[in-house]
Design a protein around this ligand. Structure first.
Ligand code: FAD
Length: 444
């Protein structure tokens, strides 16, 4: 019985490792286009600043390490075609430049996502990058080493753009962050975005929101950008203007593509093709709150869906189910942590839910205990029932608050449940009543 996995980062390697555990007799091959498997892409921004030193630390397992578990990982191999009716694949060996045929009994698609190119005139100049893979970070670092740019332009104020802006600033560069939307972190509600923007400015990032990057100019190498008609010096440009699911292979093989643009999967990560599963950033899943389709391209979800796909593909049956996502996420920008779970107020309205919201300001420690910082927590709940719909947290301890709320959402708790929830308290860790309880009290 032969299992082939296409894509060897979070979802693909998790699926392969899980399949091996569940079915020791399975023959497993992973094809991975990039030169390394198992890359921790979430660590890439920190590699730029040297906060994480040494690229090897971002490769969780090498092909040799996989081989010890009987998993064959072939890097620099791109699967170019899947023929589901024959159980066959066409694979290009990128190093040798040759194409060969392989066969599978079961297939897991874990082709991930690709960065949306900036697509303005001059995007092809040297010194203009996306940051998706380790090889992108290699190229950015090489450019910085060779040309020592004084000023960088980051395009896009989503979490990748914000993390890149921080890490380039830590290298001592002047950083301009420009984007079309009028505020950064648009997945969050405006009060959160405003605080993030204040913090960015305090830390020396020049913000240009509601701005259009129209053109990049240079003499082969990027030197400046024209942003809403104004020339801005930039010796390095990193674009974080979004990603899209990598579904070309699946689409050409005849797999159903979901309304989110990612590969449609059922609750067992099965695609519409026989004996083919999909997991990670290429796959569509379900939103647990709205019940609708969801595409949440995040590392933890990639691992979780990879595990489910690996189990089910190894056994050839619907043994494990993936229950869907809340869209929980967190990022850090300089000294500020911002976390979110479930729906923002705007998303709740967009989903046709009548929502109420409360935003409270609290402290990260008891008022009398030294070193307390400001914490902001926003809860969104369904009007009438008080069912929690989402939460956004900002400041020290945002990780804990986000995770408490994610667990409450998962369990379907309402604000009246949260008022009496028994959470840990001691002065160094928070106020006597957690911000979660404080905000739930306002909404009750
Ligand atoms: P990918 O990581 O996209 O890997 C898919 C692989 O498949 C790629 O290497 C690709 O080359 C290969 N492939 C595609 N097509 C083929 C083919 N036809 N043949 C062979 N190989 C193919 N998530 C978080 O949860 N928290 C974070 O803090 C966070 N930070 C991030 C920071 C950055 C800068 C980036 C880029 C991502 C971050 N993420 C974060 C997202 C997280 O990294 C992804 O969700 C996760 O890597 C998805 O894993 P995946 O295996 O589904 O896809």
């Amino acid at each position: 019985m032969r299992l082939v996995v296409v894509g060897g980062v979070a979802a693909g390697t998790k699926a392969a490792a899980r399949a091996r555990r569940v079915n020791p007799r399975l023959e497993i091959t992973v094809y991975q286009e990039e030169p390394e498997p198992s890359i921790s892409e979430c660590g890439l921004p920190y590699l730029l600043s040297g906060t994480v030193s040494g690229r090897r630390r971002l490769v969780a397992r090498t092909p040799e390490e996989f081989a010890r578990d009987g998993i064959r990982v072939l890097v620099r191999h791109r699967v170019e075609e899947v023929r589901p009716e024959e159980g066959r694949l066409l694979v290009r060996d990128l190093a040798a430049g040759s194409v060969f045929e392989d066969r599978y009994d079961r297939l897991v698609l874990a082709t991930g996502a690709r960065a949306v190119p900036l697509g303005v005139p001059g995007s092809g100049l040297e010194g203009v990058f996306n940051l998706r893979f380790l090889t992108d970070a290699d190229r950015i670092l090489d450019h910085i080493r060779r040309h020592r740019p004084r000023r960088a332009l980051v395009v896009g104020g989503g979490y990748v753009g914000l993390e890149v802006a921080e890490n380039l600033r830590l290298l001592g560069m002047e950083v301009v962050l420009a984007q079309r939307p009028r505020r950064v972190a648009t997945a969050y509600d405006p009060e959160i975005s405003r605080r993030i923007e204040e913090h960015l400015r305090e830390r020396g990032v020049e913000l240009r929101t509601g701005a259009e990057v129209e053109e990049l100019r240079g003499d082969g190498r990027v030197r400046e950008a024209r942003i809403s008609g104004e020339a801005v010096e930039a010796g390095l440009v990193v674009a974080g203007v979004g990603i899209e699911p990598e579904v070309d292979l699946a689409r050409r093989a005849g797999a159903r593509i979901g309304t989110t643009g990612a590969v449609w999967t059922d609750r067992h990560q099965r695609t519409s093709l026989p004996e083919v599963w999909a997991a990670g950033d290429c796959a569509q899943t379900r939103n647990r709150i709205t019940g609708g389709p969801a595409w949440v391209p995040l590392g933890d979800t990639a691992n979780q869906t990879g595990r489910v796909a690996g189990t089910n593909a190894a056994l050839g049956e619907d043994a494990e189910e993936f229950p869907g996502v809340l869209g929980t996420g967190i990022f850090k920008v300089f000294d500020l942590a911002a976390g979110k779970t479930g729906l923002s107020e705007a998303e709740a309205a967009g989903a046709g839910l009548e929502a109420v919201a409360a935003t409270i300001e609290s402290r990260s420690r008891a008022g009398y205990y030294p070193g307390a910082g400001r914490v902001l927590l926003k809860l969104v709940a369904e009007r009438g029932s008080g069912r929690l719909l989402g939460a956004q947290a900002l400041g020290p301890g945002a990780d804990k608050l986000t995770d408490v709320c994610a667990t409450a959402l998962w369990g379907g708790l309402s604000c009246s449940d949260l008022i009496n929830v028994d959470l840990a308290y001691a002065p160094p860790y928070g106020p006597v009543l957690s911000p979660v309880i404080q905000a739930a009290t306002v909404l009750q």
